[in-house]
Design a protein around this ligand. Structure first.
Ligand code: NDP
Length: 489
């Protein structure tokens, strides 16, 4: 594919011109330039927020029926499906993720858009007729307004689809700032949205750096709600920005999830689940099961099987169908991940596998890496690594497993492996995380909301709860018949 060039997409138009720089994206696997995005300015953000505001206050989108919005969103889902191969190619080039996972991401984006379309038709409130004979109340649900979406680089199209169609289904208008590394599919989807019939100004995309475009957008007084996905550090800044404007936010942040394997688990499934948990998407996954807890009675055998399977993991060209782990997003991130690997060795964890750059590769490729005997005091136990690095810790009792899993500042997801429903339910209920998956890993469906607790953020994404984030309840209390005066004279 030739190098793709994207301008800003504001008010249904490409916007470019003097005063803006260019961000060149080089493929993390080949090192070659693959895309040029506009380096947006704060003026671009102002223009985009104005366009979204005009579309919200005066345009047709919020005034269409739910059915009309659903038809258009379903058309968008169809267009994403029809253009899947091109979008997959862009994701692989820009993000370095293995092609079979990129296909899954785009299929996921289609499913999310279709599900959001169905919610457009179900948007409703409730009625109270139990307030006495002369009072009736209607709770109506309205679109929250102009929303700012800020997305990270690890699932560029998928995370856009976790937010944008839900916002649009509710009747909101949107300004999206994608990651500076992976903005391509956001612009492509905006173009498809126009083809689908989404009116000008409803879906605007501004590329650029987080410190300028992201910061200005999330502190903009013209924005009614900010939905952010990214690191906990940036999430704190975003919440600070929205707090100053007294604007609602939803922040989906980092994680340090646990896969807990009990001795009565289906061990074949649990081995594959442990690998999926940590190596899926190069380990660059917010719900990565990067800490593996194994019950001591099966630990030696289980760890040996995990290591044996991991030796067969193919690291390399993300366009190769056989590849399991592609290129990490950029050199700085690779250095950071390698720093964690060094800290694991220095702090006394036992390196069982990997820890080196993959042989015979030119890009940012790290071998599947496994540490055993990891202690809760070690850096690799505590910090989100965001790479293909697994930390293994052994435990004896249910109490130990719960205590270890909860010993983190994060609380996004956890995985429990046991055939005993008592164990699954007891442990799941005690885990402090927004999501628990039992006997499966990195699973999900558009109907199921994602949320974090503790340092993993707050607010909901996907599902009915995610949709409702983009809405506002209004209470209408109606008095009928004669009213007893409050003031007598
Ligand atoms: P960052 O927090 O660095 O960036 C996320 C987005 O925020 C990017 O678009 C970035 O722009 C932008 N940004 C950066 N600084 C600011 C700012 N001051 N104000 C507003 N926006 C800003 O995260 P990464 O892109 O590195 O993504 C990885 C992180 O995302 C991990 O911690 C991961 O766990 C988390 N994540 C969480 C998920 C969840 O659902 N909980 C899902 C996926 C990832 P730019 O790229 O230009 O810097």
């Amino acid at each position: 594919m030739p190098v793709r060039t994207y301008t800003q997409f504001i008010g249904g138009q490409p916007v470019d011109g003097p005063g803006r720089g260019t961000i060149e994206r080089r493929s993390p696997s080949s090192g070659l330039p693959v895309a040029r995005y506009c380096e947006g300015t704060t003026d671009d953000v102002d223009l985009a927020v104005d366009a979204a505001r005009a579309a919200f206050e005066e345009g047709p989108w919020p005034r269409l029926s739910g059915m009309e919005r659903a038809v258009i969103l379903n058309r968008l889902a169809g267009l994403i499906h029809d253009n899947r191969d091109r979008l997959v190619q862009i994701e692989v080039e820009e993000a370095g993720k293995p092609i079979r996972f990129a296909r899954g991401d785009l299929d996921g984006a289609v499913g999310l858009t279709r599900y959001a379309a169905s919610l457009a038709m179900q948007m409703s409130g409730s009625t109270y007729t139990n307030l006495g004979p002369d009072r009736t109340a209607l709770l109506t649900r309205e679109p929250i307004g102009v929303v700012a979406l800020v997305t990270p680089w690890n699932f560029p199209a998928l995370i856009v689809a976790q937010k944008m169609p839900f916002a649009l289904a509710a009747g909101c208008t949107v300004v999206l700032k994608p990651s500076e590394f992976t903005s391509g599919t956001a612009f492509e989807i905006a173009e498809l949205a126009t083809q689908a019939g989404i009116p000008a100004g409803v879906f605007n995309v501004v590329s650029g750096y987080g410190a300028t475009v992201g910061d200005h957008l999330t502190s903009h007084p013209g924005v009614d709600f900010v939905s952010f996905t990214g690191s906990t550090r940036t999430g704190r800044q975003v919440v600070g920005n929205t707090a100053r404007n007294l604007v609602k936010s939803s922040v989906e942040l980092g994680g340090k999830s646990a896969s807990i394997v009990f001795s009565d688990a289906d061990l074949d499934a649990a081995v594959d689940g442990a690998l999926t948990g940590v190596f899926f998407n190069n380990g660059e996954c917010c719900i990565s099961g990067s800490r593996l807890f194994v019950q001591s009675s099966i630990a030696d055998e289980f760890v040996a099987r995990v290591v044996d399977r991991s030796r067969r993991i193919v690291v390399g060209d993300p366009f190769d169908e056989a590849t399991d782990i592609g290129a990490l997003i950029d050199e700085r991130h690779l250095d950071r991940v390698m720093g964690f690997v060094r800290s694991g060795v220095d702090e006394g964890a036992q390196l069982l596998l990997g820890g080196r750059l993959a042989a015979g590769t030119a890009g940012h490729f790290l071998e599947a890496t496994i540490f055993d005997r990891v202690d809760p005091k070690m850096t690799i136990f505590r910090e989100e690594i965001f790479g293909p690095v697994l930390s293994i810790t052994r435990f004896d009792t249910v109490e130990d497993a719960v205590r270890l899993a909860n010993d983190t500042t994060y609380g996004l997801s956890n995985y429990v492996w046991s055939k005993n429903i008592d164990t699954v339910l007891t442990v799941s209920r005690r885990l402090k995380s927004g999501w628990v998956q039992a006997n499966t890993a990195i699973d999900g469906a558009p109907q199921l909301p994602l949320t974090g607790v503790k340092g993993s953020g707050f607010g909901y994404e996907m599902g009915q709860a995610g949709f409702e984030e983009f809405t506002q309840l209004k209470t209408l209390l109606i008095h009928t018949g004669p009213r007893v005066p409050v003031f007598r004279n």
